[in-house]
Design a protein around this ligand. Structure first.
Ligand code: ADP
Ligand code: ADP
Length: 237
């Protein structure tokens, strides 16, 4: 479970990214966070794995106060949380499978790839992750030969290889055309349903949020202005 208790984030320039945010997200929920550009969606999502430090309040993940984690425990905690970005964040000049294999070993990745230091088991798991998102056939293609939607699926497979309990996705479909965006959203949904992974997606495209998420959180000027079922969202958010 993810729990925010009266969380505030004030940036050094005085901008309030989060304003007294309190909410609970149970394991296995599919939550869309919607709001205009600058509303605080990124700040909200990036506080969870401490890419952004909160200024005050409490933020707990599975009962652990996130701000108390450091060093090894912070790294271990972050491995349990997959992060997906609008820009995919892949190494484009190498193969799909190498990108997936290096998910768990960012520091060692180049050395390991160079010397082929991956076990058969790791390769099987990487291929399974690619199969899960429907791009097994591209495993040995270079990433820069793939379309945007395919690249986002590689990013998703890479995240799955970490065995995360939570996936945080910051505008994952913003760079994709509408058809591809739907395909990627349905991959998120499938992963959420089949694997009970909590999925939190920042998305400015309200219709897609309503179509795929079960819960919608609306944010404006750092404040939660809506939190409830996707079916009850009105136009005010
Ligand atoms: P969203 O993801 O909804 O577009 P953000 O969380 O990125 O919104 O930003 C919320 C507010 O905080 C915006 O006003 C933004 O300009 C500001 N902000 C975000 N990051 C920083 C930063 N590093 N320093 C100062 N202000 C920031
Ligand atoms: P993304 O789309 O990847 O979230 P952004 O354009 O929102 O990227 O932000 C890029 C970087 O700039 C982030 O580190 C964010 O914290 C920072 N940032 C965003 N808004 C501001 C701002 N108003 N002042 C200073 N830094 C900001």
């Amino acid at each position: 479970m993810i729990e925010f208790r009266h969380v505030n984030k004030v940036y050094p320039n005085g901008v309030r990214g989060l304003d007294d945010v309190s909410l609970k997200i149970e394991q296995g929920e599919f939550v869309a966070i919607i709001g205009l550009s600058g509303a605080g969606k990124s700040t909200l999502i990036r506080s969870i794995n401490r890419m952004h430090e909160i200024s005050s309040g409490d933020l707990l993940v599975n009962g652990v106060e996130v701000k108390t984690l450091k060093g090894k425990s912070l790294r271990k905690f972050r491995r349990g949380i997959g992060m997906i970005f609008q820009s995919f964040n892949l190494v484009t000049r190498t193969t799909v499978i190498k990108n997936v294999l290096t998910a768990n070993v960012p520091d060692m990745s180049f050395i390991r790839v160079l010397f082929g230091l991956f076990t058969k088991q790791q390769k099987v798991e990487a291929l399974e992750a690619l199969d899960k998102v429907g791009i097994l056939g591209k495993a040995y293609n270079r990433v820069d030969q793939l379309s945007g939607g395919q690249q986002q699926r590689v990013a998703l497979a890479r995240t799955l290889a970490q065995n995360p309990e939570i996936i945080l996705a910051d505008e994952p479909v913003a760079a994709l055309d509408p058809v591809t965006a739907r395909q990627v959203m349905s991959d998120f949904k499938k992963i959420n349903e089949d694997m009970n992974i909590s999925v939190l997606i920042n998305i400015h495209h309200v219709e897609l949020a309503l179509e795929y998420a079960t819960r919608v959180i609306g944010i404006r000027s750092g404040k939660i202005v809506y939190d409830g079922p996707a079916s009850l969202v009105n136009q005010e958010v």
